[in-house]
Design a protein around this ligand. Structure first.
Ligand code: UDP
Length: 314
């Protein structure tokens, strides 16, 4: 039996590259596709020489992959709020057209499909914590709407392929995930705070910092996705760490863990920034036997190490 073969769209991105690496470690063959809009070849350079093929391609166009495919993991998308502001049309297109093309590839190959969805489908949630039965509170015409609505469309399309074509399709709703290979200029809270603290700059907390997030370390997320790939689940499954903290507390923690003398300053809160966010992971625990294992402090320490080296090399 040849090794199972996985196609990953967005393979040069933060999560995509970790998925590729872990799947290679577990004996899979991986075909990585990316148009390098927000991805970076440096994230996958170390995979050369392994059972890994990289294809530079924009998956909003028809996807051609020769040979058998057992899984399609559709990860391609801008994923930072500052990216949605800069790349609104591309964000909508990859969520809508790209998902259609990736589903088409899975259908043609008889492959299982996993959609990278997001806690953003819950918008600024009126239910707390968020379970998969909650329909969300999304502003379709706000600046984040391009991401939220694209992912909501992507979920609807994925479920339609499952119901209408019988495709074995899964949906993971990813809550704030962090770790090595996030970009220095990513714009999200963890990379911003760490680079600011390491450079001795002020940490920019948006609003009064009382909004909450729940942060999952990358290896836990990857473990959850690989369990989902092999499960019978077809409905959406939250994967995230339920430990919730305020953004102000996160900034203080980063200052402490980096040993920085940086101060915390406050800047304007972005439009439609969710007030609270915390996953209910009962479904993942029950169906996948999954729960996060890496503590926030350990995950941040590893991420700080990555950024220390990255900044020193610049
Ligand atoms: N945030 C912040 N300072 C930053 C970047 C982000 O205070 O430099 C806040 C942001 O307003 C949000 C939270 O941190 O309330 C998480 O933002 P992020 O961009 O990481 O992801 P989101 O959960 O909003 O998609």
């Amino acid at each position: 039996m040849p090794n199972p073969r996985v196609v990953i769209t967005g393979a040069a991105g933060f999560i995509g590259s970790h998925l590729a690496e872990t799947l290679l470690d577990r004996g899979y063959a991986v075909v990585g596709i990316d148009n390098l809009l927000t991805g970076d070849l440096a994230n996958i350079a170390h995979l050369a020489g392994r059972d890994f093929v990289f294809v530079k391609h924009d998956v909003t166009n028809f996807i051609v992959v020769d040979g058998p495919v057992d899984f399609v993991l559709h990860w391609a998308s801008p994923a930072s709020p500052i990216d949605y502001l800069e790349l609104p049309i591309q964000t909508l297109k990859v969520g809508a057209l790209g998902t259609h093309k990736a589903l088409g590839l899975a259908k043609a190959k008889g492959a299982r499909f996993v959609l990278a969805s997001t806690s953003e489908v819950y918008g600024d949630p009126l239910v707390h914590p968020q379970d998969e039965g909650y329909w969300g509170n999304v502003n379709p015409v706000g600046p984040r709407g391009v991401y939220d609505e694209a992912k909501r469309f992507a979920e609807a399309m994925t479920v339609a392929y499952h119901r209408y074509h019988g495709l074995d399709a899964k949906i993971v709703r990813i809550f704030n995930t962090f770790g090595p290979r996030m970009r220095v200029r990513d714009g999200r809270a963890v990379p911003n705070f760490i680079t600011q603290a390491l450079r001795g700059e002020d940490l920019t907390v948006y609003g009064d910092g009382s909004q909450t997030r729940s942060l999952c370390y990358i290896s836990d997320l990857v473990d959850g996705v690989i369990r989902l790939m092999h499960s019978d689940a077809n409905g959406p499954v939250n994967i995230g760490n339920p430990r919730e903290l305020t953004v102000e507390a996160l900034a203080r923690l980063v200052v402490r863990l980096t040993g920085s003398s940086s101060r915390i300053v406050h800047q304007a809160l972005p439009v439609d920034d969710p007030r609270v966010r915390k996953p209910d992971i009962t479904r993942a625990e029950t169906i996948l036997g999954w729960r996060p294992r890496v503590s926030l402090e350990d995950g941040l320490a590893r991420t700080i190490e990555y950024f220390r080296e990255k900044l020193a090399a610049r």
